[in-house]
Structure formats: structure tokens, C-alpha cells
Design a binder for this molecule. Structure first.
Ligand SMILES: Cc1ncc(COP(=O)(O)O)c(C=O)c1O
Length: 401
């Protein structure tokens, strides 16, 4: 008997990588422990505190003894508040009793939804570049992620014909993230309508990750949602959450909205994962959605200022091009003219100049040639970052000449 404990580890672990973003975090922690100044453009986490009225509602709930299991779906006042919010955002009526599940972050919503609908061998369409969770969870479910390339040339629009030509008898789901991570780009209403037509024609489920929908700099206050397209409410799972828009990432709170039938499927999985979200924090989240939304407006205004600082700065740097990302707090400049791979560029910026970004290749093949800048850090840090980045790229140009 020559068996090791390692031989017992599940094979599915070989299907998923450790997150490329987490690797950057580890490096930065080490640099800061050594006393180096770092520009934090690596993490999609806001620098704001959670607004006080939200904290107070959670504390009050804790103090009055809301310390027991909640229903699997979440507390009803929060589900109703989510339903109401979804109706404001999408124009589609949602029933809080039957169509909403409160999740431990949007991430749990993605996990439970993919496990609920994807069989081994099923194909899941994901845009490339994209936030890597959909691909990883699809693999955990035994499914096969199929990438749809997108490019900076047209602000990472998803081309319906590129989607359609990848559809087979095994295709089950299409994942859309708009505004996107890592690009910050927003899919237009027309594009979403064309994608909806394909989803209906080929009987696909759409996982629509709308966690950045309210961080939108285009016309209106919210990015368009595929859920609003007639015929889509019965086949779409909306993924959303509190992490970004209310600066509550450490609370771990998100939600799914779907038809009653689909919600029952997702609920079955959730009953065996986290069972329910911490009860008292759900009261804080209810206050977030039902209270004054000025805090959200203020945060989005501040992100808009930072976005302009970063975009203006990038556009002054020779040989860097950048799409007009209309949402989230990311820009995804093309740095390929400098002759380094995106990983080499990200390493150079952090090692030599203390600017932390994430290599575009972390988000898929089409991300090569880009770096992701998350301008969710302070305005001052964004302004300093731009100045240092200009210096770093000028030094590279000098070396090249
Ligand atoms: C597109 C997207 N979806 C979901 C999440 C996860 O959100 P949560 O903190 O609610 O799990 C993130 C976090 O970065 C994200 O970028």
C-alpha cells in the first residue's frame, strides 16, 4: 500500500486554478509589510465605509435577538425590498415571496445557479475576457465553458453572431456581465435584445450578473438589463448584491431573482450550501435598499470623478488606448504596444513602481495585451497612480528606443 493522502484529493481541483487576483494580493501584502507604498488598483473593493444607517439597522437587529436561522430564502422584508428594487431597475414586476433568494454574496448566487442548471457535459457560454468565476463554477459542476471572444475595438460588445455560431445541442446557459469586470463596458439595449432573441430561439438560460448595474455613467441611472426584454423573465437568473453599491463586501450579501420555478431549483441547492444568510445582517441590508439612496448617488459621483482622472491620465500616455468603459469601477487599457505580455507589464508596474494592477490574461485569452485598473481606491490614490504610471511607461519607452 503506497497511497498518499494527496491521492485522495478530488479530481475537480485540477479543473480550476487558484485565482490570479488573489496571487496579486499576496505579493502586495508582502511589499507593504516591507514598508513600500502601493497604489491599489488591483482590487474591486470600494474604499468607502458601509453607510451608518445600514450598520445601525444590523446592530439593532442583533441587539433585539435576531440571531437564529432565517428562512432559506431570506427574511421576507428583505426579499420584498429586493423585488421592489428589481422592479425599479428593470421595469419587470417581481414577487418577493417566490422569486428572490438572499445569498451569501453574489458569488453564492452564481454557485447555486450553475449547480442548479448545469449537468456534466453541458456547455456554458461565457464572454472572454470575463470575471473568472462563471468558468470555474461551470467546471466544478462538470460543465464545459465555451468562450465568446470580445475586443476593445468595439468596447467589448458581445456579438450575437459569435454567440450563435458556438451553440450546440449541449448549450445550456449564457453568462452576461454588464457592466463588465474586467472591462467596465456595458452591453447596449439593442445588443441585449439580440442576445435575448438567441436565448429564446435556442432555449437557453441566461445568467445576468448585474452587480455593477447601478454604477453607470451612461444615459440614465442604470445599465440596461436583459431581464427587461419581453420573454426573458422566465429564463433569466439575475445575480446582484450589496458588496459594490453599498460598500458591504465584507458582509457577504447578495441575491438571485428568477422565475418561481427556477427559484425553487436554486433553493434546493442553497438548502445544502449555506442554508441561509446571517439573520441580523439581513436587517441591515433591508435598510440599505429601503433607506435614503443618497449614499449610492454620492459613491457613484465619486467613482465618476475617479474614472475621469484615470481615463484622462491614460489618454495622455503615448501608445496606450482605452475603451470608454461606461460602468463599474474598472478600465482595461491596451498596453500591448509596449512589447510586454500583460503579466510582464503587471509585474513590472508592481515590482518597479508599486502600482498594483491585474494582468488582462487572468481574465481570458482576449484579455492579453491589457491590464485591469480598479479605480475603487481613493481619488488621491488614483491621481498619484496616473502620475506614476506615466513615469513607468516613459521609462519603458526610453529603454525601447
Ligand atoms: C462581476 C462580479 N460578480 C460578482 C462578484 C462577487 O460579488 P460578491 O461580493 O457579492 O460575492 C464580483 C466581485 O468582484 C464581480 O466582479
Amino acid at each position: 500500500m503506497n497511497k498518499t493522502v494527496e491521492s485522495l484529493f478530488a479530481e475537480r481541483l485540477d479543473e480550476i486554478p487558484f485565482s490570479g487576483i488573489r496571487k496579486v494580493f499576496a505579493k502586495i501584502r508582502k511589499m507593504e509589510a516591507e514598508g513600500r507604498d502601493v497604489i491599489h488598483w488591483e482590487v474591486g473593493r470600494t474604499d468607502f465605509d458601509t453607510p451608518q444607517h445600514i450598520k445601525e439597522a444590523a446592530i439593532a437587529a442583533l441587539n433585539r435577538g435576531e440571531v437564529h436561522y432565517s428562512p432559506n430564502l431570506g427574511i421576507l422584508p428583505l426579499r420584498n425590498a429586493i423585488a421592489e428594487r428589481t422592479e425599479i431597475d428593470t421595469g419587470v414586476a417581481v414577487n418577493g415571496e417566490t422569486q428572490v433568494i438572499v445569498m451569501s454574496g453574489a458569488n453564492e448566487g452564481i454557485l447555486a445557479s450553475i449547480l442548479a442548471f448545469v449537468n456534466p457535459g453541458d456547455e456554458v457560454l461565457v464572454t472572454d475576457p470575463n470575471w473568472h468565476h462563471y468558468k470555474a463554477i461551470t467546471r466544478v459542476a462538470g460543465g464545459i465553458p465555451i468562450e465568446i471572444p470580445t475586443s476593445a475595438e468595439d468596447s467589448f460588445a458581445i456579438h450575437p453572431e459569435e454567440v450563435e455560431k458556438r451553440i450546440t445541442s449541449k448549450t445550456k446557459m449564457l453568462c452576461i456581465t454588464s457592466p463588465g469586470n474586467p472591462t467596465g463596458c456595458v452591453q447596449s439595449k439593442e445588443n441585449l435584445e439580440a442576445l435575448a432573441e438567441i436565448a429564446i430561439k435556442h432555449n437557453l438560460i441566461v445568467l445576468s450578473d448585474e452587480i455593477y448595474a447601478r454604477i453607470f455613467y451612461g444615459e440614465g441611472t442604470i445599465a440596461p438589463s436583459i431581464y427587461s426584454v419581453p420573454g426573458m423573465a422566465e429564463r433569466t437568473v439575475i445575480i446582484n448584491g450589496f458588496s459594490k453599491i453599498y460598500s458591504m463586501d465584507g458582509w457577504r450579501l447578495g441575491w438571485t431573482v428568477a422565475s418561481e420555478a427556477m427559484t425553487q431549483c436554486i433553493l434546493k441547492i442553497r438548502q445544502y450550501t449555506t442554508v441561509c444568510v446571517n439573520t441580523f445582517i439581513q436587517y441591515g441590508a433591508t435598510a440599505a435598499l429601503t433607506g435614503d439612496q443618497t449614499c449610492v448617488e454620492n459613491m457613484v459621483e465619486e467613482f465618476a470623478r475617479r474614472r475621469q482622472i484615470v481615463l484622462n491620465g491614460l489618454r495622455e500616455i503615448p501608445d496606450v488606448t482605452v475603451s470608454d468603459s461606461e460602468g463599474a469601477f474598472y478600465v482595461f487599457p491596451d498596453i500591448s504596444a509596449y512589447g510586454l505580455t500583460s503579466k510582464e507589464m503587471a509585474d513590472y508596474l508592481i515590482d518597479d513602481y508599486g502600482i498594483a494592477t491585474v494582468a488582462g490574461s487572468v481574465f481570458g485569452t482576449s484579455g492579453e495585451g491589457h491590464i485591469r485598473i480598479a479605480y475603487s481606491c481613493s481619488t488621491d490614490e488614483c491621481a498619484r497612480g496616473v502620475v506614476i504610471l506615466k513615469k513607468a511607461l516613459a521609462a519603458l519607452r526610453e529603454k525601447k528606443d
